[in-house]
Design a protein around this ligand. Structure first.
Ligand code: FAD
Length: 346
């Protein structure tokens, strides 16, 4: 049933094109392309018969142009950078972005369109797919052929292999944790890809019903949760926001990010952008330390791909121990202070 749900109706329009030309919908911040968008380029590169990868950037002002220069040299597989410079794209509203993707598709005739599976991608891609009259495939974690993809189902408890048989373009969101960007790739200097402006003369002025109101974010010296090498996470067992500061101290000591379970977020210990799991962030750091986290399937869905998982829980039967590489049955109120004392400063 699941497979047939992905067997899209128009069998007659199955792509027979041998070459894959891909458009990557990219986000930028502070004059640089965001890491999840570079992961989408890595994913696009895994099509065996890839012909070209175009990166679409939009926004306005000097930071857009800095980001375009960064995009032109940030990955050797990018063959061109398309820049849409307009105030309409100053904020990440899905309606104008979806129309922009539609416009880019009309002139580029891409076989595939990719975006990272984050809140931006999840917002834009379904609308763009609707305008293009195709069905998107979301949360792709593996690409075996140009139209065959692996994606998790049942909160990550099973993997489904789906084949796209619809019309072009095949539009996907990819999990950036499954397509890591090697530091070597980012650090190297490559030949600059050409940068071209998107012709917006035919862009539909009607921007839809959404209006941008404001954006608030917490300034933090810590690495972004989605890309951090180390994550220290706490659960309901921390009991209060005050106690949760122990988790923050440990993360600071390790130079890592802070994560939390939904129970900890719902209890108000930390803001919801720290939630890891099915309805939070998906992370796959080198080290994930979980303190007082039971290991509910919805939490595991967001962190089970971490390279090394360390769990501290006072219940020896807690499900988190089934995925942990190192487990300690103990009281976090004793273990964390001891770790803080014994770990060297970073
Ligand atoms: P609990 O399950 O209460 O576990 C607390 C753990 O702490 C226990 O194992 C206990 O033994 C241990 N403990 C207690 N005291 C100590 C101590 N002193 N020292 C050491 N250990 C101690 N959850 C998420 O995390 N992320 C999601 O994205 C998410 N999405 C959801 C989506 C849906 C649709 C639903 C229905 C649920 C979702 N949940 C999600 C909630 C999830 O089912 C769990 O309720 C939640 O993960 C439990 O959080 P917890 O482990 O902090 O709390």
């Amino acid at each position: 049933v699941l497979l047939s749900a992905y067997r899209f109706l128009s069998l007659s329009s199955v792509s027979t094109s041998r070459y894959v030309s891909t458009l990557v919908i990219a986000e930028h911040e502070g004059g640089a392309v965001k890491a999840p968008s570079i992961s989408a380029v890595v994913a696009a590169k895994s099509f065996s018969d890839v012909a070209s990868i175009s990166l679409l950037l939009a926004g306005s002002g000097p930071s857009l142009h800095e980001a375009a220069s960064h995009a032109a040299s940030c990955h050797p597989s990018i063959s061109q950078v398309l820049v849409a410079d307009s105030d309409k794209f100053k904020n990440p509203l899905a309606e104008p972005w979806a129309k922009l993707v539609h416009l880019a598709q009309q002139s580029g005739g891409y076989s595939h369109i990719l975006a990272a599976s984050n809140s931006f991608g999840k917002n834009v891609v379904p609308r763009a797919a609707a305008l293009l009259d195709v069905s998107p495939i979301t949360d792709v974690i593996g690409i075996s052929e140009s139209h065959t993809f692996v994606r998790p189902i049942y909160a990550g408890n099973a993997l489904s292999t789906v084949r796209y048989t619809g019309a072009n373009p095949c539009i996907l969101t990819i999990r950036s944790t499954s397509f890591p960007v090697s530091q070597k790739t980012v650090d190297s200097r490559f030949k600059q890809a050409p940068i071209s402006q998107v012709d917006l003369s035919t862009f539909d002025e009607d921007l839809g019903k959404s209006r941008y109101i404001s954006h608030t974010c917490q300034d933090s010296e810590r690495p972004d949760l989605g890309n951090a090498r180390f994550v220290v996470a706490g659960g309901r067992a921390l009991k209060s926001a005050e106690n949760f500061k122990m988790i923050e101290k440990l993360a600071t000591k390790l130079g890592g990010a802070v994560g939390a379970t939904r129970a900890a977020v719902d209890a108000g210990f930390v803001p919801n952008d720290l939630q890891v799991g099915q309805t939070g962030k998906i992370v796959a750091p080198e080290l994930y330390m979980a303190f007082g986290v039971s290991g509910a399937i919805q939490h595991l869905a967001g962190m089970r791909d971490s390279k090394v998982i360390v769990a501290v829980n006072k219940d020896a039967d807690a499900p988190i121990f089934q995925v942990a590489d190192y487990g300690l049955v103990g009281d976090l109120f004793e273990v964390i202070p001891e770790l803080l004392e014994k770990l060297p400063e970073k």
